[in-house]
Design a protein around this ligand. Structure first.
Ligand SMILES: [Fe+2]
Length: 427
């Protein structure tokens, strides 16, 4: 038994394994590169270390792709195989990851809360709990789980970054900025705290401040994984968009966002789509960039990891004029929704599916269809997760459709939106 860098007992006697676990913890909390290789080193050093196996599984699950979900399976099996000899905390963590792998997110969250109350140094677990809250659109939970462990870690820069982001999502903007800045003051290599402050500035439309803040810290993102590297630059691009500098935005897209993306990564793809979409809404010519994304989106058609992501993929596919693929994905989403437990089923049926139809309609310039499908979903869109800034694009699409329609001088009343073939209207 050895202690990790969080002073928590880990069931291993391998110094090599614990060193790699410590590195993994640090990279996880800082969104560092190559976390996968590091945790695989720990497992190679001690395959019986159950929590290392669970960390690897969690890494793959967080990729939110079908391939990565399959990659997680053997690690989960090994984690469960050695679970009995593990500590109570490790067992709780393993159960949380197993629950996640089964789509039992509420159960996973309960385990992370349990860990937070009893082992408040375990910030990897807190971060994981926040991840689930984030994609459920539960901003109160996002804050609560981080605050649970705050008194035990009052000056932990990484935890303060988590708290700052949660406060921003709860619209406690002044506190979020103060804590995010303090976290950065404690440790400048804190990309999640930078990101939290950027969100405050985005919400307050302080584009100039946002550019200055983010660009003054961007050198530290070189060690980030592609998800946060591209996402932080995505925020910078949004500030430049606000400043009406589309050429800078396009250049950031090419060099920092899609340019530095792992092309097969769902989250990196979503960021690229979200930026192109915003450029579209401003009427800026994006050239053939939609078509360039297309080959990378094909594996996404039947995954349905997160509704928030699906709305992006289907827009991109529709925007690239791939009607067959759009219909295939819509049908697949509907089939997927039938397999889910009641609350997830409702979220997909009431929000994600009509919103997906609205996205398709907008991409096809069917303004009335976009209005008709998106309008009832807007008050409920929080339920598909993502940040306020990320979800804002759905409102922008709705208002853009409305504006386009008004300019055409027709009424939106009594419109029956056009449906893609083979897709039941109210499935
Ligand atoms: Fe963000």
């Amino acid at each position: 038994m050895l202690n990790d860098r969080q002073e928590l007992a880990v069931t291993t006697d391998s110094l090599t394994a614990i060193a790699a676990i410590n590195e993994f913890i640090m990279r996880s909390l800082r969104y560092g590169r190559d976390a996968e290789q590091v945790i695989l080193q720990a497992i190679a050093a001690d395959p019986t270390c159950a929590i290392a196996q669970a960390y690897a599984a969690a890494y793959y699950l967080s990729q939110e792709s079908a391939i990565a979900r399959r990659q997680a399976v053997p690690f989960l099996q090994q984690a469960q195989r050695y679970q009995q000899q593990a500590t109570e905390r490790e067992q709780l963590y393993i159960r949380a990851i197993v629950a996640w792998s089964k789509g039992a997110i509420s159960e996973a969250i309960e385990y992370h809360h349990n860990i937070a109350q009893r082992f408040p140094q375990d910030l990897v677990s807190v971060q994981q709990g926040q991840y689930h809250y984030f994609y459920r659109g539960d901003k109160a939970g996002l804050l609560q789980i981080a605050e649970t462990v705050l008194s035990a870690n009052p000056d932990h820069a990484d935890l303060l970054g988590m708290v700052a982001f949660a406060l921003e999502q709860c619209h406690r903007l002044d506190e979020a900025e103060a804590i995010g800045r303090y976290a950065t003051h404690l440790d400048r290599h804190n990309p999640w705290a930078h990101h939290a402050v950027a969100h405050v500035m985005e919400t307050q439309e302080r584009a100039e401040d946002g550019i200055a803040w983010m660009e003054s810290l961007a050198d530290t993102w070189e060690s980030c994984n592609s998800m946060l590297y591209t996402h932080n630059w995505w925020h910078v691009a949004l500030f430049y968009l606000k400043q009406n500098e589309p050429q800078t935005v396009l250049s950031l897209y090419d060099q920092r966002v899609w340019g530095q993306a792992r092309k097969a990564s769902p989250k990196d793809q979503v960021g690229a789509i979200a930026l192109l979409l915003r450029l579209d809404l401003k009427g800026i010519d994006t050239g053939n960039r939609w078509h360039q994304l297309l080959p990378h989106l094909r594996p996404r058609l039947h995954e349905h990891s997160l509704p928030f992501q699906d709305l992006h993929y289907i827009y991109a596919i529709a925007r690239a004029e791939q009607s067959d693929a759009v219909n295939e994905m819509l049908s697949s989403i509907i089939s997927h929704a039938q397999t889910l437990e009641p609350s997830a089923h409702k979220r997909w049926m009431d929000v994600a599916i009509p919103a997906a139809r609205g996205m398709v309609a907008h991409a096809k310039q069917d303004w009335l269809g976009a209005i008709a499908y998106l309008k009832p979903t807007l008050p409920q869109l929080w339920a598909i997760g993502g940040s306020h800034a990320q979800r804002q694009v759905f409102q922008q699409i709705y208002y853009h459709a409305q504006l386009q329609h008004e300019q055409s001088g027709r009424s939106v009343q009594h419109h029956q939106p056009a449906l893609p073939a083979n897709v039941p209207a109210f499935a």
